[in-house]
Design a protein around this ligand. Structure first.
Ligand code: NAP
Length: 303
């Protein structure tokens, strides 16, 4: 199946292009990006031009930051093409509800992808937690924004979500593996004096679950989720890739290159079945943290 990729930047180059190239399901038939291209692939700079020129392309995958994404996404669906969205699937919840309704009304597939849910140990962690009672949980998601998002000014602008850009990955795993619903009960947001979005955040959630997100981590990076239950404790480390039960490694791998191939395999399944996959629960927790959060002004930040 032919696919177009929109927004040829960090994640498109690092993950989407190689995953599509290795996929038995997909052919990268066009790109849309103002500056970026992929060698050997027809490049457009405008979404409407691409949609008009290439009626043979049935699916479009968006790798844009969240704020500019809705207009492009709506144009894709209005033109009768299936749509795959990077995480978070929009800048607001309403945007994604509208897109999901558009897709349903037109009989198209829409996939709000959460790449961290495809990490090696997420499915085994979910299986282990099934039927157990969660007593407490701790998320620690601390990374260096200068290393992973160099110069990405959008991430600290309104709608860029700041440290929730990686934090929502943790929330996407949490909402996937927990055997019970979860809600935010309180939050604290540290916002640099010269920015609009938080550089660090601490969340309290139901079930005695907490989260500690920080973009100022130097040295080793931490992407851990620990859950205590009535029948032992589990820990997911390395962004959901390694599983420990009661302190002992059980399964997983440090190799994260399987996440995007799994997303494209899932998109192929959705298109072939004529169905959609839109789970907004990680974004609901994010939005609720912004709604409930106490704001602290912290030191200005520069890349
Ligand atoms: P990026 O490199 O900053 O942006 C991707 C592309 O989007 C840019 O190359 C640019 O292409 C286009 N773009 C940027 N700002 C725009 C604007 N205001 N209006 C229109 N187009 C704009 O970002 P990224 O790191 O790839 O992230 C994109 C999405 O992927 C985000 O939602 C992010 O959460 C997600 N993601 C990122 C990572 C990562 O590690 N970077 C990992 C997983 C998921 P042109 O200028 O050529 O149009």
């Amino acid at each position: 199946m032919k696919l177009a990729l929109v927004g040829i930047g960090e994640i498109a180059r690092a993950q989407h292009v190689p995953a599509i190239a290795a996929s038995p399901d997909w052919e990268l038939a066009a790109t849309v990006s103002r500056h970026g291209t992929v060698p050997g692939v027809e490049g457009f700079t405008d979404i409407d031009e691409m949609l008009a020129a290439r009626p043979d392309i049935g699916t479009v995958s968006l790798c844009l930051p969240p704020v500019p994404r809705f207009q492009v996404a709506a144009a894709v669906l209005a033109a009768g093409r299936n749509l795959m969205l990077e995480k978070p699937p929009g800048a607001t919840l309403a945007e994604v509800h509208i897109l999901a309704d558009m897709a349903q009304a037109r009989g198209l597939s829409i996939f709000a992808s959460w790449h961290s849910r495809m990490a090696h140990a997420v499915a085994p962690a979910k299986a282990w937690l099934t039927g157990k009672t969660v007593r407490a949980g701790r998320i620690v998601w601390r990374e260096d924004v200068r290393r992973w998002h160099p110069g990405q000014e959008w991430i600290f602008a309104a709608g860029g979500m700041g440290v929730f850009d990686p934090g929502v990955n943790a929330l996407s795993i949490l909402t996937e593996i927990l055997p019970q619903p979860v809600r935010v009960t309180g939050a604290e947001l540290d916002i640099p004096d010269n920015r609009q979005a938080p550089i660090a955040a601490r969340l309290q959630m139901s079930g005695n679950i907490s989260a500690d997100f920080d973009f100022r981590q130097s040295g080793p990076q931490t992407w851990d989720i620990e859950i205590d239950t009535d029948a032992g404790a589990m820990a997911l480390r390395m962004g959901g890739n390694l599983l420990e039960i009661d302190g002992a490694p059980v399964t997983g791998s440090n190799d994260i290159t399987g996440e995007y191939p799994a997303l494209y395999a899932r998109m192929a399944e959705l298109v072939q079945a004529g169905t959609s996959d839109v789970d907004l629960s990680p974004m609901v927790l994010t939005a609720d943290a912004f709604t409930l959060g106490h704001r602290n002004t912290v030191a200005p930040f520069a890349f």
